[in-house]
Design a protein around this ligand. Structure first.
Ligand SMILES: *Cc1c(COP(=O)(O)O)cnc(C)c1O
Length: 379
């Protein structure tokens, strides 16, 4: 059996380990140390975001966002069913109801043309997800939200360093959540960030993130003791994670360029199969600048997708499917609403397959993957 090719492999890109050592030497390893400050400043500047705070995951950032929206039982939030559970879980934890929206067949992102048919007097927010590092139609979504005074929270877990019409994803919504989980583009094991573009949320975000206390004000000398003033949790990122992350963020352009090389080799290597009608490759609209987070194939039916997954597995190539639609999951059925059928979500869930993509994927290994996909259709 040939050596196996993993789906993902975390990489070192620069000074990550040196910075972890420096963090230890600085003697402060809990949240909000020197490296956390540097990461936040870098993200604010690169992406033109008013304020960024690091969190211990994107899940934590989404929970903070839901709390900042003041969601309560009876409130509804419009979000795609084709997403990771954390997008919806944040809403459900507040007792509010996710209302599942179908996705567009071209970008696999929330279909903005359906919002009008799903909005109600209980709708408080929209949580668009930028799938595969390709931006949602942020102009239409922002305009729709503004007309109805809805809060927009971007789930930009997969979209760090991607943009829409030249503007960074994560800078559009009132709030946005990033992930630095090891499967994402820039990593620190487990980590995330909340982007706050609307200054009315600055003060409360600081409190929610620090267990519902005003400890940050105390640290700044604005109060003479700190106390419990709101709800909250422990959402901060450890300084060890922040130090590692800073090593990655400094190399964002280099990491993206390496991912792009892999992405483009897939596109070239598989173009003939698309031309022959065997599958579809990812579509990147002209107004989207992707971060090359993912390379997926859309097969013509579920049987072919499942057979191809199995065929690759037999050759020790780890390809994977994606999301079981949330509206059909046990929790989604119990806690969410699905007012309309979601045919595109169901089709994509059955027919999508993701290929290995990481900066250190060698050309030789990648050719093995490309040849195997061709081999499958030539059987
Ligand atoms: C990865 C991911 C998350 C969760 O990120 P964590 O940092 O692991 O909590 C949330 N939403 C989407 C769309 C994701 O891809």
């Amino acid at each position: 059996m040939e050596r196996s090719i993993p789906f993902n492999q975390p990489c070192l890109a620069g000074k990550e380990l040196e910075y972890v050592r420096q963090a230890v030497d600085l003697g402060k390893l809990a949240g909000d140390g020197e490296f956390a400050r540097r990461c936040a400043a870098l993200l604010e500047e690169r992406f033109q975001i008013a304020k960024v705070v690091l969190t211990n995951s994107c899940t934590a950032a989404l929970e903070m966002a839901a709390l900042l929206c003041d969601l309560a039982p009876g409130d509804e939030v419009l979000l795609p069913s084709f997403t990771f559970v954390s997008t919806a879980n944040a809403v459900v934890r507040c007792g509010a109801t996710p209302v599942f929206v179908d996705i567009r067949p071209d970008t696999l992102n929330l279909d903005e043309s359906l919002l009008e048919s799903l909005v109600s007097s209980n709708t408080r927010a929209i949580f668009p997800v930028h799938y595969a590092g390709i931006g949602c139609a942020m102009d239409a979504i922002a305009e729709f939200a503004a007309q109805r005074e809805l809060i927009v929270v971007e789930d930009a877990a997969q979209a760090v360093h991607a943009s829409w019409e030249g503007r960074a994803l994560g800078s559009f919504g009132h709030l946005a959540a990033f992930s630095f989980h090891e499967t994402k583009n820039f990593i620190c094991g487990e980590g995330g960030a909340l982007a706050i573009n609307d200054s009315r949320f600055f003060k409360r975000a600081e409190i929610l993130r620090d267990k519902g206390t005003d400890r940050q004000r105390f640290f700044r000398g604005e109060v003479d003791k700190y106390t419990w003033v709101d709800t909250g949790s422990s959402y901060t990122c450890s300084e060890l994670g922040a130090a590692f992350l800073y090593g990655q963020l400094e190399q964002m352009d280099q990491i993206s360029a390496r991912r792009e090389a892999v992405y483009q080799r897939y596109r070239t290597g598989l173009a003939a199969l698309e031309a022959a009608g065997h599958l579809k490759l990812p579509l990147v609209p002209e107004n989207c600048q992707t971060n090359f987070h993912m390379f997926y194939l859309l097969l013509n039916d579920q049987q072919t997708r499942d057979d191809l997954l199995e065929y690759l597995r037999e050759q020790a190539i780890h390809a994977v499917f994606h999301y079981v639609p949330l509206h059909s999951s046990p929790m989604g059925r119990a806690a969410g609403k699905t007012p309309r059928p979601l045919p595109v979500t169901e089709m994509v869930s059955n027919q999508l397959l993701r290929l290995p993509l990481f900066p250190d994927l060698s050309t030789a290994d990648q050719h093995r993957v490309i040849d195997a996909v061709h081999g499958f259709f030539e059987r």
